[in-house]
Structure formats: structure tokens, C-alpha cells
Design a protein around this ligand. Structure first.
Ligand SMILES: [Zn+2]
Ligand SMILES: [Zn+2]
Length: 194
């Protein structure tokens, strides 16, 4: 013999190597094997092929059963849209109720301020300006200074009266973020003391 024979390189699960001489290189595992083990490796490949057949068949069946599920898709999207709608409706309902209450409170406050400043202005008119007027009316000569003072007083009172006639609560809508601002102004002119 030109060269010593090599042993089959197959080992069983316990790691015990085959005692037979090798015959050929197995293309599956790149080991030199005896004929018996070459055949057993061929059987391994055949069982892998059967598994592959099953996998291919499973994918083919999946394709056969695959349809465009328009109902499910639509329901899924509708559900999300409905959730968005409910959230927004709830939010708007909440803001609406809050703002109504805010208006109620501001109107009460405004009414109270109105009464206070109206009384104040009337008091300026009757106790101050009209008293002065009656005094001047009784005088023999009219002084320009008295006249100008009374004109200034009347001007202030008139401005206060004009303010009291106007609505002093405004509402502003911010449509981008559902925000509503309600602003009550104070009676500025009427608050001035002569
Ligand atoms: Zn092999
Ligand atoms: Zn062997």
C-alpha cells in the first residue's frame, strides 16, 4: 500500500469514532466517511428535504388563503377615528361647561363693579358737580375758573357714563387648540377719583 488507510471521521452522539476505513468525502459535512455513514448522512439530508417540503407547502397554503381583508382594515381605522372623535367631543364638552361657568362668574363680578362705579359717578354728579353748579348759579358774577372746573368734572363723569354703557366682557376663540379666552375689562374712567 502506498499510504496508510485513514479511519472514517464519523462520531456518534457519545463521541465514539467509527472504526471502519474511510471511503469518500461527504459533501454534506466535509468529512471522510465510510460507505455506511455516507448513506446515513444521505438519510439525514433526505429527512431535511422532507421538512423543507412541509415548509414550502405551508407557505403555499398561506398564499392560497391570503385575501385583502378590507373589513378588518376599515374597522381598525374606524376604531381609531372614533376614539379621536370621542376624545375631542369630551374635551369640547368639558371646555364648553367650564367656559359657561366662567362667564356666569365674570357677569356676577361685572354686575357688582357696575353698581359700585355707577354709584360713585352718580355721587360725583350730585354731591360734587351739581352742588358746585347751584353755588355758582347763585353768584352775581361767573368766574371762568369755576366754569372750566365744572366742564372738566362733567367730562370725567361723561366718560365714566360711556364706559358703564359698554359691555366689558369679551370672548376670544383660538380654533387651533380649542382654547377660549374670556376677558373682563375694568371700569377705568369710572375708577378715577376727581
Ligand atoms: Zn456528511
Ligand atoms: Zn463510518
Amino acid at each position: 500500500m502506498a499510504s496508510a488507510r485513514n479511519l472514517c471521521q464519523h462520531s456518534d452522539i457519545d463521541g465514539i469514532q467509527c472504526k471502519s476505513n474511510d471511503y469518500i468525502l461527504c459533501p454534506h459535512c466535509q468529512l471522510q466517511l465510510c460507505l455506511k455513514h455516507l448513506n446515513s448522512h444521505q438519510d439525514l439530508l433526505r429527512s431535511e428535504l422532507f421538512i423543507l417540503c412541509d415548509d414550502i407547502d405551508r407557505v403555499r397554503i398561506n398564499f392560497d388563503n391570503l385575501i385583502f381583508d378590507s373589513t378588518n382594515q376599515r374597522e381598525y381605522l374606524f376604531k381609531q377615528l372614533d376614539e379621536w372623535y370621542d376624545q375631542k367631543i369630551n374635551l369640547i364638552t368639558k371646555i364648553y361647561a367650564e367656559k359657561k361657568q366662567e362667564i356666569q362668574i365674570l357677569c356676577l363680578k361685572s354686575h357688582m363693579e357696575f353698581d359700585i362705579y355707577k354709584t360713585k359717578q352718580e355721587k360725583q354728579l350730585k354731591d360734587n358737580l351739581i352742588k358746585q353748579l347751584n353755588k355758582v348759579l347763585k353768584q352775581k358774577q361767573i368766574h371762568i375758573e369755576d366754569l372750566n372746573k365744572m366742564k372738566t368734572k362733567l367730562d370725567y363723569i361723561q366718560k365714566g357714563l360711556d364706559e358703564l354703557k359698554q359691555l366689558n366682557i369679551d370672548i376670544y376663540f383660538d380654533n387651533t387648540n380649542f382654547d377660549i379666552n374670556i376677558i373682563k375689562r375694568r371700569y377705568i374712567e369710572a375708577a378715577k377719583v376727581m
